[in-house]
Design a protein around this ligand. Sequence first.
Ligand SMILES: [Zn+2]
Length: 500
Amino acid sequence: MKYYIILILLNCSIFSETKKFPNIPLNESKENTIYKISKKDLYKYQLALEENKFETKENYSEDKESVFLKLNESEYFILEKYNIKNKKIQYAPFKYYDLGYTKRLEEGYQDLDSIQNGYKDEILNEIYLKNIALNFPTKVELHSLGKSRLGRKIYALKILPSSKEEIQGSVLFLGAIHSNELISTEHVYDVIYQILKYPNKFSDRLKNLSIWCVPIMNPDGMNFFWNISSAMGRKNGYLPTGMSEQHLYRGVDLNRNFPFMWNSGQKKASSGNKESVFFRGESSASEPETKAMIALARKERFIFSFSFHSHATAVLFPYTIEETKNPSDEYPKFLGEKILKKLKSFRSDRDYKLRKNLYPVDGTDQDYYYNSFGTNAYIFESSHHNPEYSIVKKVLLGARKSWVLLLDEFYESEKIIIQTFNENKEIIQSNIELPSIEFFEDEKFNSRKIDALFIKLFKEKIKLKILISAREYETKEIELESSSDLRLNKVILKKISEKN
Ligand SMILES: [Zn+2]
């Protein structure tokens, strides 16, 4: 008898570990339709539920005059039967679907576990990040990268390195460039939560790394999605002249607004039509959100980045834009294959795949970071779109090993690290050329301004000729061999002598 019980228990735990879930967005499910009724009819509705032996649920939100009910078909039937005047709301704001939202706002931040309680809008994001910064002052810094089109702050939480090592690299995790993809923000919060909750697991991994977490790059879109209409949120707050403020199709698709191959002319890669969901903006990097991210990326020169989206269940490696040719060393694809092996999909009809792209695109953040700074930049397409929050936790679990791998890869992979100085031992930013690697897209690399470090990762052990130059300095040619440990090559550049 005892054996049976143990077997049953074992089976249950295996079942819950491997159980997969279909992709059912809260805001698109047939089970969840929003109906507006008058406030005076709420009592009548609740009475009707009781009379019909329906469980009385807290399934509504309200504003001054109206009540917004989240109903399935049989619950809706009650409204008809009892002649309760109602109006079906197409693309209702997301707050009417996520009924725990008001409670989370009231509770605010209690402790770190609060950030695991549900989806976040731009207000909760601000509350949580400010409180995390207050509660972990030696571990994190809160930064505002700039303001959105409508003046909202774009917050970044920098998780600080755990020691003051000479070699320092940066990694970026970014969510909600498309703010209707709520789970993208959750992926970034999972990085924050895991690192702060389990410091022992990450202390060594953070010796030489800063982790920049931007949970919501597009706070205006987030506000639209939660408060105006769930048909909005992909784009930002840009308002073309002549368009009404509440127009569902206002805004720029920020992931078509980055400078690399902006408006490339490739068919369907982006749109010049202001009402299109792929509207690329009036000019390259026209949007303040894009500018804010460019400034951060230029300063940090991220080694890795994940830009989270939903829900193609895929990892896209650069270049994601068609007809762009990768440098001959092809490191991002190689790393992409390793990332894929770490991913577990909890989606019932799809496993994660490694891909170049899903459909034609241009002006994306990923390719810009790769082209301008050599960042191994991935688009991470999560497996579910706005699912019930209990499923989000599974999705995050299935993705966790992949972002931890990035941190480990920094320490374990073959790499070359250079720091450039002048003869007075002061750091100077320099241009780095790698003539033995073939480049096709005019990639030009520099050491960072903040610490004159240049870090490049390779698939395998390599010996490279490297040209290092800076304005007013003699160009230096060196040969370096990669190593898997953190070996710093200090290079001194000589000032060009002024003979005349
Ligand atoms: Zn997206």
